[in-house]
Structures are given as C-alpha cells and as structure tokens.
Design a protein around this ligand. Structure first.
Ligand code: GH3
Ligand code: MG
Ligand code: MG
Ligand code: MG
Length: 339
C-alpha cells in the first residue's frame, strides 16, 4: 500500500529533499519516495542542499554523508541550526518555557527532521551524525521497507512538532495579549518593564513611560452602550500602536480604559512628543462624546515619567511617577499631558 498514513491531516504533499552525490542512489530514492506519495527535490552535495533549503521548505531531508564540496555532516550541522528555533518567540513567557522545557525540545527535535543515509557504518560516523543534529541514521545498502517506515514516522513526528509549536505560540498569545484590543496585556507589561528596567540600569540609559486614560469613559459607555465602548477601546489601541513605532516600544492595556507605552532608551522630551501625537491621534478619530465635559470628541489624559533605572530602585517607581502625572492631568481638567 502506498500513500500517506492517516496521521496526516494536512492535505499538502510532503516534500523530501534528497542530497546524494550518486546519481543512481538519487534515482532509487526518488522512485521509492514518489511511490509513497511524496514530492522529491534532488541535489548532489551539501552546499546545494543548504542553498535550496529555504526555497524548497522540505518536510524531511535525506542526507548522504560522503559528498564533494560539502559533506553531509557539515551540511547537517548547518541545517539543524536553521531548523531548530523553537521557543524563540518574542512573547516568550518564563512560566510556559519552564513547564514545557522548550529549550530541550528544540535541542532534541528539529522541526525539519534530517535522516542520514550513508555507507559509513562505523560507530564514530554514527556519533558524528547525531552530534551534528541528525534525527535518524540508516546505512547503505538501503533496506527499503525500513526506510519507508522511518520516513513515515519522521514525517508524522515533524507534523506533531509543528502542531505543538502552533499550540505553544497560541499559549504565548493567550498569556500575553489583551483579547479585546490585541495589544500586550498587563502581565506582558509587568514582565517587559522589569526586563527593560534591568537592561537599562546596566546600560545607564533612560526609560520613559506614558500612561493614558480615556476621559469620562464611564459616561461614554452609559451614553453609547458597552459594545460601542469596546470598539472605542480598539480604536484607541490602534492609534497607540501606530504612533509608538520604535521596535522596542511596547503598547499595553494597563487596566480597563487605561493604556501604557513603555519607551526604552527615550528621554522625557521624546516621550512627551509621542504623548502629544497620541493625544492628537485620538482627537483626530473624532469619536463623538457628547457627555464629555472637555470636548465634543473623545479625549485622553496622559501622564509621562522618565527615569534612569538603577539596581537599587524598582520599576514600580516609574509607574508611580507616571500615575501621579496622570492623576494631575485629570485634576487640572483632563485632555492634557503632564510630565
Ligand atoms: P475619568 O475621566 O476620570 O477617567 O472618568 P472615567 O469615567 O473614564 O473613569 P472611571 O474609572 O470612572 O470609569 C472607567 C470606565 O471604563 C468604567 C468601565 O465600565 C469602563 N471600562 C473598563 N473596561 C472596559 C471594557 O473592556 N469595555 C468597556 N466598554 N468599558 C470598559
Ligand atoms: Mg556519497
Ligand atoms: Mg481609569
Ligand atoms: Mg477614564
């Protein structure tokens, strides 16, 4: 029986990259793999294998050991570096990382398995192959029934790995992203602020924080309804995302109708400039707010604080300072920025 085992729920045909300098071996491997229903791409040395890898995006590599230009061991080492990037999510969360032990998974389990097929059957070559990151090893002459089963199993494992990776990514999102607005949630805010605080204390560079609070939002909900209030929060979040542009800036939903922007390596003047553009950006949305006492449109109050982080103080001092500035902005009449 040919074809793909029922474990495969994807409709896509698996792609096998075959690297072998011997033409007749390549032809035999192609026939065997195509009989199983896979698509085959052939190359004749390790260098070519690396060159086409990114564009071919194989599901499995069948790799010879002894080849000219670049041998299979060297190629295998390079491939497993590319392939093994599990757990490098920018949303990495220490609780998830440690419970799943993602660094061990990435060491043991390449997302694209590499099966070495070689005439070398001495123990040293076997050790070298696995140390280079090979997932499995079979010797020539090829036992075709064994090879078929190994390939099937490796493809199944690779697919499970990809599902696991997707599930972990979703878990990271759930743990770090605010469901309503799509910006970082409070947990992510706390974690990121602490990390940046320590980095910048080390580097002796400033850290700024903007806290924004929608003015008279309770009255907005009362007048336009809670679902309209939700849409309003999404629009404000989008403005923040658009205007806090630098790579290291983090926009977060800090509380109900309160947002925060963490701005590493930013002086007070830079933070106030961004705060002013956020204030203007929300006003330009021209969202009717007839109940507001400061404008016909929806407005924000913003508190800005900047400090030079130190190992003696905690990041809480920055939050307290920005919160105090925000409170003052409210007290002085709202729709304004206080540093
Ligand atoms: P101030 O100008 O002093 O900030 O007044 P305010 O009415 O904006 O502040 P207050 O803290 O009294 O009310 C905040 C409101 O935000 C009340 C709460 O129902 C609303 N809110 C919090 N989270 C959500 C949410 O997810 N969706 C909606 N629609 N409203 C929310
Ligand atoms: Mg060879
Ligand atoms: Mg509030
Ligand atoms: Mg408010």
């Amino acid at each position: 029986m040919s074809g793909i085992s029922p474990l495969f729920i994807t409709k896509e045909t698996p792609v096998i990259l075959v690297a072998d300098d011997d033409k007749s071996t390549r032809m035999l491997l192609r026939d065997a793999m195509e009989n199983e229903g896979y698509r085959v791409v052939e190359v004749s040395d390790g260098k070519q294998c690396l060159d086409v890898y990114a564009s071919v995006k194989p599901d499995l590599v069948l790799l010879d050991a002894v080849m000219p230009i670049m041998d299979g061991f060297t190629c295998c080492k390079q491939l497993s570096k590319i392939s093994s990037n599990f757990g490098n999510s920018t949303l990495a969360n220490p609780v998830i990382e440690s419970s799943l032990n993602t660094s061990a998974i990435s060491l043991l389990w390449n997302s694209t398995p590499i099966l070495m097929i070689t005439g070398l059957d001495d123990p040293e070559s076997v050790d070298r192959a696995f140390e280079a990151g090979a997932t499995d090893y079979v010797t020539k002459p090829i036992h075709w029934a064994v090879l078929r089963q190994r390939v099937r199993r490796l493809l199944q494992q690779a697919q499970l790995y990809k599902q696991f990776e997707a599930a972990t990514h979703a878990l990271h999102e759930l743990a770090n992203i605010d469901g309503l607005t799509g910006v970082a949630n409070r947990r992510r805010f706390d974690h990121y602020l602490n990390i940046k605080w320590l980095n910048l204390a080390q580097e002796q560079l400033p850290l700024s924080l903007i806290l924004c609070d929608i003015d008279y939002f309770k009255l907005y909900n009362d007048k336009y309804g809670h679902p309209a209030g939700d849409v309003c929060l999404q629009k404000v979040a989008a403005v923040l995302n658009r205007l806090a542009q630098r790579n290291e800036d983090l926009v977060a939903r800090y509380g109900g109708e309160e947002f925060a922007v963490i701005m590493p390596n930013t002086h007070a003047a830079g933070a106030v400039h961004v705060a002013a553009s956020i204030q203007a950006g929300v006003r330009e949305l021209q969202m009717d707010h007839s109940e507001s006492e400061v404008s016909h449109y929806l407005t924000l109050s913003l508190g800005v604080a900047t400090t030079l982080p130190s190992f003696e103080a905690s990041s809480k001092t920055l939050v307290v300072a920005a919160d105090k500035a925000l409170y003052q902005a409210k007290a002085e009449g709202r729709n304004r920025i206080i540093l």
